[in-house]
Design a protein. Structure first.
Length: 242
């Protein structure tokens, strides 16, 4: 998936944890092989070229397509899995894959799990403290999220990878006053998609939408260095920059 993954697994027996970790890593490699838009033999690439019928795709592809359609509906189109007319689920599939990998480890007996996939994190158990990066100061933090249970933290914005998010209405980079948006909610499938959509929305629209989104909270950094957060974010905040 073109990024780095890290695992912190606690509370399971060594042999059982090792086997579960190996299975989770194999799962992530399998997802990359199925969904990568860069690998010519992936099912997504073959589907785009018309070499593979949707009816012959793996059930995982069907599941991700359904989740993408649901995310598009719930964001009023601000999340889209279509790029240049082709199906491209990269805005959701990483979060979905990491969320499932974390549950594999919990099912194997782990008491606490933290999987970091390119800066987007799925947590179980705890306690955990997760820093939110400052998009204006590499290596700095603007907030810290405290968690003890099932929680996901996903951030979208151009600071790490440049401008890779497009306004689905124009096909161009969003015209926005946001430098980054972080979404906190139980599962990384949703958190990843919601953060992408909120960044594409920009400003007041994103804040109002996140405020109304069930079981989710948001924290944003603006292009001028300011911050804002939704009204319920405080229950997760272990520290927020002035």
């Amino acid at each position: 998936m073109g990024t780095v993954f890290s695992f912190d697994v606690r509370g399971a027996g060594a042999a059982r944890a090792r086997a579960a970790l190996d299975a989770a890593v194999c799962w992530l490699h399998r997802v990359d092989e199925e969904f990568s838009t860069f690998l010519p033999d992936s099912q997504i690439s073959r589907l785009a070229r018309g070499e593979l019928a949707l009816s012959r795709c793996d059930p995982d592809v069907w599941e991700v397509m359904r989740l993408c359609e649901d995310a598009e509906r719930r964001t009023d189109g601000w999340f889209s899995a279509r790029y240049d007319g082709e199906f491209d689920p990269t805005g959701l599939v990483k979060g979905w894959a990491v969320e499932r990998a974390a549950r594999m480890l919990v099912s194997a007996g782990a008491e606490a799990v933290c999987i970091n996939g390119g800066g987007d994190i799925q947590l179980h158990g705890g306690p955990w403290r997760i820093g939110i990066s400052d998009p204006h100061s590499p290596g700095g933090l603007v907030a810290v999220v405290a968690a003890d249970g099932e929680l996901a933290v996903a951030t979208s914005g151009p600071a790490e990878r440049g401008c890779h998010i497009l306004d689905p209405r124009t096909g161009e980079p969003p015209v926005t006053d946001l430098a980054s948006v972080t979404v906190v909610c139980p599962g990384l499938t949703d958190a990843d998609a919601w953060a992408t959509a909120a960044y594409a929305m920009g400003g007041d629209r994103a804040r109002g939408w996140l405020e109304e989104l069930p079981d989710a909270e948001g924290f944003a950094v603006t292009t001028d260095g300011g911050t804002w957060h939704t009204s319920g974010f405080g229950r997760y905040a272990a520290g927020v920059r002035g």
